[in-house]
Each structure stands twice: as C-alpha cells, then as structure tokens.
Design a binder for this molecule. Sequence first.
Ligand SMILES: [Zn+2]
Length: 143
Amino acid sequence: MDAKPVLHVAVVACMDARLDLHDALGLALGDCHTIRNAGGVVTDDVIRSLTISQRALGTRSIVLIHHTNCGLESITEEFRQELEAEVGQRPVWAVEAYKDADQDVRQSMQRVRTSPFLLHTDDVRGFVFDVTTGLLREVLPVA
Ligand SMILES: [Zn+2]
C-alpha cells in the first residue's frame, strides 16, 4: 500500500469518540489522511499537517468535519485562565471554543483558504456530523 492517500484527500475532524470517520465518509484504509483534534479546528498544527499532506504526499482536497454536541460548545476561553490558576502557567494555545458549529466550520474553511503554505485551497468542503442521526450535513460558505 502506498503512503500517498488513494483519493488525494485530507480530512480534518474532531477527536470525538462517537465519530467514525471512515464509516461516515465511506472510506477505506489508504484512502485519506485523517487529522484530528478537539473540535476539528484548523490550528497552526493542522496547517502544518495539511502542508506536508499536500506538498509531500500528494493530497489536493480537504474535508472539514465538526459535529453536534461537541465538547468545545460547553467550555470557554476561561479554561486557559483556570489552567493558569491551577498550574501556574497559561497555555500558549487557544481553546478554540465555539457555540455555532456551522460558523466554526466556515472559520476553519477560511483558515485553509488563506494559508500561504498550502498548494491547493480550491477544493475545501465542510460538514457537520449529527451524533444523533449519524448523518453528515454540508456547510455552504457564505457568499
Ligand atoms: Zn467535538
């Protein structure tokens, strides 16, 4: 099996335990890169992985997946201050908490589209996975 994803796709998704990415997207082993973190947010480290995915391993399309009832909806940026109070050090990273999954998918799409490091930013699609129904709904960019 080649290390290069067969479908030339990189998927960025939340780490949520209820989201089986390959099942939800009908993908098989070897089809895509999967980059996961809390929220499926496009952070600098996600851009790092996407840049390597595109420039070294030939992917051309990006799929972003957030989901309903995400843990990031129930915390706020104050989480960082709570950590600082507890351990005496404030994390350098943002919590990236959000209230509206559609809006956050659009923000992540925008971060991908405006990255100077990526080769391909035209084929970017965003979805919200409904953890109750198991269905994916596409988020359309605001015109
Ligand atoms: Zn989540």
